[in-house]
Design a protein around this ligand. Structure first.
Ligand code: ATP
Length: 345
């Protein structure tokens, strides 16, 4: 049966005058890869620290696996936290680092070794047990930290920007790895990040934070394709909003609408405009940016407003791109890609 791993009820936290967390309700399921996504200062870390027990809520409740834990100390909770600075012991071997928590808990040595080796295998570091952390790459150190967390078999793993210290390439590689490891071990992961791509790549579900509140909870596809608020539309991807009068002329009804840039085709102004089920708008290319695999067009619409369109560079070369600036174009997209953005609360 699918249980609830974490349940937050009207959770609040103030530091003096600052309201860090302004009332959060959330259910995270067993075995879920759940991300908390939001800009710096939006309260994600504070929520994570309250789940871990490092910070006590001003009010509200925290349940882990159906048990109220709000007043319990960190070590009394079945969770483990992985921080960005992995804090490995430099004088110990990788294996000793991983087994350390078990030693503290007085697990007998033979079992410690077996479990440490299993955890190292889980993070694909077999054969690295006798090295010292100083002789590992950033990504390998990250995986040792993860093995150290997994070895205690916590029900929930809390990860606070664990990939933040890695360079982009390694980071992208670790995103895929981390997701695969989570799927294999089946532990609930709660992952804090301010990087929308990272959240979209890895998560089963995402909560988007803004100013101590959650704006939307959903799968990556829901968050990306159906943002529930203008904030979510803007924070995840390019907001590409059509508002008021221009929306009425282009989409046909007043309100605020959004179309994701990669759904919009850039055509010659003279192109046929009568494809059924499609919306169309003419305009002038204000800016064009060559991105290697794609080109980004910023188009000022005749109806008012500006849309960004992203085109794969199938035929286009970098020389073609500059020539587009200032030219007249027709934008076209299927109507199902237009979605209404609810008004702010
Ligand atoms: P980041 O991505 O930068 O870590 P965040 O979304 O995790 O940001 P929090 O660290 O939870 O945000 O901070 C939320 C708010 O609470 C911020 O305004 C922050 O300054 C404040 N805050 C957090 N911890 C403390 C503290 N110990 N004392 C005072 N204010 C704090």
């Amino acid at each position: 049966m699918e249980g609830s791993a974490i349940r937050l009820r009207d959770l609040r936290k103030s530091f003096g005058e600052t309201t860090a967390v302004a009332g959060i309700d959330l259910d995270i399921s067993d075995g879920e890869f759940f991300s908390m996504l939001g800009p710096s200062g939006s309260g994600k870390t504070t929520v994570l620290r309250m789940i871990a027990g490092f910070e006590s809520p001003t009010s509200g409740e925290i349940e882990l696996a159906g048990q109220e834990v709000t007043g319990l100390a960190p070590f009394e909770r079945d969770v483990h936290t992985v921080f960005q600075d992995y804090a490995l012991f430099p004088h110990m071997t990788v294996e000793q680092n991983v087994a350390y928590g078990l030693k503290v808990r007085k697990v007998p040595k033979p079992e410690r070794l077996v479990r440490a080796r299993k955890a190292l295998a889980d993070v694909r570091l077999e054969g690295f047990g006798r090295r010292r952390p100083g002789r590992l790459s950033g990504g390998q150190r990250q995986r040792v930290a993860l093995a150290r967390a997994l070895v205690g078999r916590p029900r929930v793993l809390l990860l606070d920007e664990p990939l933040g210290a890695l360079d982009l390439k390694l980071r992208e590689q670790m995103q895929v790895e981390l997701k695969a490891i989570q799927r294999e071990v089946g532990i609930t992961f709660v992952f804090v990040t301010h990087d929308q791509e990272e959240a979209l790549t890895m998560s089963d579900r995402i909560a988007v934070f803004n100013q101590g509140r959650i704006e939307q909870v959903g799968t990556p596809a829901e968050i990306y394709e159906r943002p529930a608020t203008p904030f979510v539309a803007g924070f995840v991807g390019t907001s590409n909003l059509l508002e008021g009068q221009s929306a009425r002329q282009v989409v046909g009804a007043p309100g605020t609408y959004s179309i994701r840039p990669e759904k919009i085709r850039v055509l010659k102004e003279s192109a046929e405009a009568d494809e059924p089920e499609h919306s169309t708008a003419t305009g002038t290319v204000a800016e064009v940016v060559y991105l290697g695999d794609a080109t980004r067009f910023l188009v000022d619409l005749d109806a008012g407003g500006r849309l960004t369109a992203l085109q794969q560079n199938l035929e286009t070369s970098s020389e073609d791109v500059a020539a587009y600036r200032g030219t007249r174009v027709r934008l076209q997209w299927h109507r199902r890609h237009t979605f209404k953005v609810p008004d702010p609360r």
